[in-house]
Each structure stands twice: as structure tokens, then as C-alpha cells.
Design a protein around this ligand. Structure first.
Ligand code: TPP
Ligand code: MG
Length: 380
């Protein structure tokens, strides 16, 4: 008898009073991605918030094109663009209070910048300079995380610790669709739900993990459905609708702050650019797909809403674009200056108390640098 046949033969009778431990129905995600723009719900949205979102989206798009251009000029080693995903980036940064924490992935430099991190500092890691490039405590933005999903348990640990200390801090952690297949995703969500930690998990489902489409990544009905298995609510939102993402994340942050525990939000969006400047996306997807998503562009959706309601005119569009140009020009100018780097910095901030081995390596580098300086001096 095969193992499968044995399993088929094993049919335990249900215990008479069995019930689910909690009712799964309230945890189930929306039947389709929640939308605000272009629906009657848009009339309820605060015009000032919509204008702020618009200005930040336009600036964010320009930031993405500028950073991508800097890779071609050799000023940035690599850039994972968030073009097409700006609504998620901007909303994630704007929903948080000053004392909350953002845990970004490598694709989320824009969210860090919108939260207040200096744009040049935010690009330090991607420039290959050193360490994080900014003080995570200054704006409460954790280091950009390249190993997939490792930022998630960090966010849970911070949020849980804050709660134990009586601080009403919320952590918002960002992850990609591919990241949801990582063990760290599972462990983070499980702990968060068991501890009722004040965390919001934002999954940006942009369709791909590099060249791997979502269908090859998961058999789940949606990524938001994964929430139910851990015992937390899942929400499904149109990730290109900035007003909807802002509302859903805002609700989740309030829920967490009020002691309601974690929420998993899946934002359905699309990675318009290649994975990074080092990827050739034409090898695994066609133009028609990209064009279809361009018609559902986050800036376009918001512009349509604002102009339709008389909240934005041509002069307003021009002003937003000019602000974005000025922002890009300042970034370009600063990124074109060679950074002053001390190779010895390599060893700082690695451990609170440096190990003996690290000390040896530091002395080795110091000796090499001194010998190099001496031989340069002799040559002159
Ligand atoms: C633990 C780990 N495994 C593999 C990689 C290599 N890697 C870098 S990005 C990426 C795809 C991630 O896709 P997704 O989570 O959907 O995020 P996106 O890049 O689409 O924002 C992979 C596999 C990594 N960085 N970390
Ligand atoms: Mg992805």
C-alpha cells in the first residue's frame, strides 16, 4: 500500500463538539481589491490628503527615473525601481506617526525618503558605500533589507518589545510577493499573531520575484488569504490607488495601536521597470502586459480624480512636475560628487564590541593603507 493510499484510508471521525478556535470569517480578505479612486468612496476622501498624495507620487516617480539614470552614469551600483508602485511607497510612509517604525526592503527607498530620510543617504547602500547610510533611529526607518523577509521578524520584535514597555508604537513592515514564500515571513506572522504585536505587514504584490511570476510562487487564493492561517485579518487593496492604500493601511495602523494586533495587507500593483537595472525583463514578459498596467498608473488615477473634482488644474500639474524636477536636480548634483570615504569605517558599527578577529583585520588594513600612502609619497 502506498503512503497516499494509507492516508486515504485514515478518516478520523470529528469529535462531537469540534469548532474552529476563532471564527475565520472576519479574518477573510476583501473579495476584490478595495478601491477608492473612481468610486463613490472618493467623495469621502480628504482633498488635502489627495493633493499631498499626488505631489508625493509625482515627486516619487521622478526620484525613480533619476535614480535609474544614476545607475547608467556609474553613480549608483544598482537600483530596484518602484516605478508603478509609488502609491504603496508614499502611503506607507504617510500613514505612520512620528514615533512609529518603518521596516523597508531594498525596493522601498522611496518610502524611506518620504518618511524624511535624506535621499542621498537612502541610496548609500545601493551606491555600495558603507553600511546603512543613515541613522535608523533618526526617522525610525530600519536599514533597507536585501535578504528577503528578514525585516519582518525584526519588525515584530520591535513592536512586541515596545508593547511590553507600554509604548504605543506601531511597526509597518514592507515585503514583496516573493518574500511571502520565505520562512521568515511565516515566523514573523506567526509570532505577531500569537503575541498580538502592533505590526502591519504590507505585501506589495508586483507580480514578480525577479523573473518568477506569482503563479509559480504560490498556490494561495491570494496573498492576503495567508493571514487567516495565522489568525490575523487580511486586507486586499488596489496598490495603485493611493487613497485606498492610505485608508487601508491607516485602519490597520489604528487597529494595531489600539491593541487589536497585526494585519496583513496585500496591495495589488505592478513592477513597471525591470527588477533592477541589471535585469532584462523582456526575456520573461511582454509589452502588452506593461501597457495594460500603465493605463492603471497610480499618478493617472489620482490626477483623473483630482481634475474631475476641480481640485487640480493645469497650473497645479505644472507646479507638481516642477517640484519633482527641482528635487531630481538636487539629488543629481549631490550624487555626482564623489563621497569622502574612510576605508577604516568598514569596521565601525559591525559589533557593539569588536571581536579580536575584526581587530586583527582592522590593523591589517591600516598597515596596508599606510604602506600605500608611503609608496605614493615616495613616487611623488
Ligand atoms: C533570502 C534571499 N534569497 C534570495 C534573494 C535573491 N533575491 C533578491 S530579490 C528577489 C526577488 C524578490 O521578489 P519579491 O519579494 O516579489 O520582491 P520585489 O523584488 O518584486 O519587490 C530574490 C529572489 C535574496 N535577496 N534573499
Ligand atoms: Mg515582487
Amino acid at each position: 500500500m502506498t503512503v497516499m493510499e494509507q492516508r486515504g484510508a485514515y478518516r478520523p471521525a470529528p469529535p462531537p463538539a469540534w469548532q474552529p478556535r476563532t471564527d475565520p470569517a472576519p479574518l477573510l480578505p476583501d473579495a476584490e481589491p478595495y478601491r477608492v479612486l473612481g468610486t463613490p468612496a472618493a467623495a469621502e476622501a480628504d482633498p488635502e490628503l489627495l493633493r499631498t498624495l499626488y505631489a508625493q507620487l509625482v515627486r516619487g516617480r521622478r526620484y525613480n527615473t533619476q535614480a535609474t539614470a544614476l545607475t547608467k552614469q556609474g553613480r549608483l551600483a544598482v537600483y530596484p525601481s518602484s516605478t508603478g508602485q509609488e502609491a504603496c511607497e508614499v502611503a506607507a510612509a504617510l500613514v505612520l506617526g512620528e514615533r512609529d517604525w518603518l521596516f523597508p526592503s531594498y525596493r522601498d527607498t522611496l518610502a524611506a525618503v518620504v518618511r524624511g530620510v535624506d535621499p542621498v543617504a537612502a541610496l548609500t547602500l545601493l551606491r555600495g558605500d558603507w553600511h546603512t547610510g543613515y541613522d535608523p533611529h533618526e526617522h525610525r526607518v530600519a536599514p533597507l533589507c536585501t535578504p528577503l523577509a528578514t525585516q519582518l521578524p525584526h519588525a515584530v520584535g520591535l513592536a512586541h518589545a515596545a508593547r511590553l514597555k507600554g509604548d504605543d508604537v506601531v511597526a509597518l513592515a514592507m515585503v514583496g510577493d516573493g518574500g511571502t514564500s520565505e520562512g521568515d515571513f511565516h515566523e514573523a506572522l506567526n509570532f505577531a499573531a500569537v503575541w498580538q504585536a502592533p505590526v502591519v505587514f504590507l505585501v506589495q504584490n508586483n507580480g514578480f520575484a525577479i523573473s518568477v511570476p506569482l503563479a509559480k510562487q504560490t498556490a494561495a487564493p491570494s496573498l492576503a488569504h495567508k493571514a487567516v492561517g495565522y489568525g490575523m485579518p487580511g486586507r486586499l487593496v488596489d496598490g495603485n490607488d493611493a487613497a485606498a492604500v492610505h485608508e487601508v493601511l491607516g485602519d490597520a495602523v489604528r487597529h494595531a495601536r489600539g491593541g487589536g494586533g497585526p494585519t496583513l495587507v496585500e496591495a495589488v500593483t505592478y513592477r513597471v521597470d525591470a527588477h533592477t537595472n541589471a535585469d532584462d525583463a523582456t526575456r520573461y514578459r511582454g509589452d502588452a502586459e506593461i501597457e495594460a498596467w500603465r493605463a492603471h498608473d497610480p499618478i493617472l488615477l489620482l490626477e483623473r480624480e483630482l481634475t474631475g473634482r476641480g481640485l487640480l488644474d493645469e497650473a497645479g500639474v505644472r507646479a507638481a512636475r516642477q517640484d519633482a524636477e527641482d528635487f531630481a536636480a538636487a539629488l543629481r548634483e549631490r550624487m555626482n560628487q564623489d563621497p569622502a570615504l574612510d576605508p577604516m569605517d568598514l569596521f565601525t558599527h559591525v559589533y557593539a564590541e569588536p571581536t579580536a578577529q575584526l581587530g586583527e583585520q582592522r590593523e591589517q588594513l591600516r598597515a596596508e593603507l599606510e604602506a600605500e600612502a608611503e609608496s605614493e609619497g615616495a613616487r611623488r
